[in-house]
Design a protein around this ligand. Sequence first.
Ligand SMILES: CC(C)(COP(=O)(O)OP(=O)(O)OC[C@H]1O[C@@H](n2cnc3c(N)ncnc32)[C@H](O)[C@@H]1OP(=O)(O)O)[C@@H](O)C(=O)NCCC(=O)NCCS
Length: 181
Amino acid sequence: MAERPSLVEVRAQRASRPVLRPAATDDIPALVALGRAVVPPTYGPIDAAYAQRMIDEWWTPAVFTRSMQTNRHLVAEVHGEVVALSSFGRLSRSYREFPYVDGDREVMWKLYVHPDHHGRGIGSRLLAEVETLVEGDELWLEVVDGNDQAFGFYRARGFTEVERSSDGQWPDDVWMRKVLR
Ligand SMILES: CC(C)(COP(=O)(O)OP(=O)(O)OC[C@H]1O[C@@H](n2cnc3c(N)ncnc32)[C@H](O)[C@@H]1OP(=O)(O)O)[C@@H](O)C(=O)NCCC(=O)NCCS
């Protein structure tokens, strides 16, 4: 028979289980640091200049401050440290322009897990949480062409490719959608 874990082991296990919670402005420095840890290994192999542009343009305190006014943000914490982020909201409330998209959509803008914590179910939990919180019955997201690991992750969770947008300069964006209810 397997030995029962000691009280100390049970407490340690509970403490290392990620806690999901809404993000607050106090988290912004940790979110910027998360971007610096996860963006280069994700996008560097696809296009190093694009990875740098993402960090410089989209993972800054100013962008998070603005984004928190219109989008919802969830973080996962382990031992009090932010290790993952998801954000979502309406496309029409975004500060970015999407001239090639028809109509409005509910979009998960970010789902990023620190590389040290990949493959432990954190991304799946955050996505499931977004799916329960999102308004409407569809969830959309963009995946950068070539990010095969994320593409496969979303496919396995019910998303299908709908369209691609290309500006001829940077890697294409692949739009995926999941019908929720
Ligand atoms: C894509 C991503 C969000 C998934 O989050 P995650 O916490 O690693 O995902 P989970 O642990 O819930 O599930 C990962 C799946 O890969 C498997 N896996 C095993 N080892 C893994 C590893 N080292 N890294 C990633 N996935 C692994 C898991 O078993 C699971 O398989 P399943 O689909 O059969 O359930 C995360 O890998 C990530 O942040 N990637 C880099 C940033 C990125 O591309 N974000 C998406 C932008 S659109």
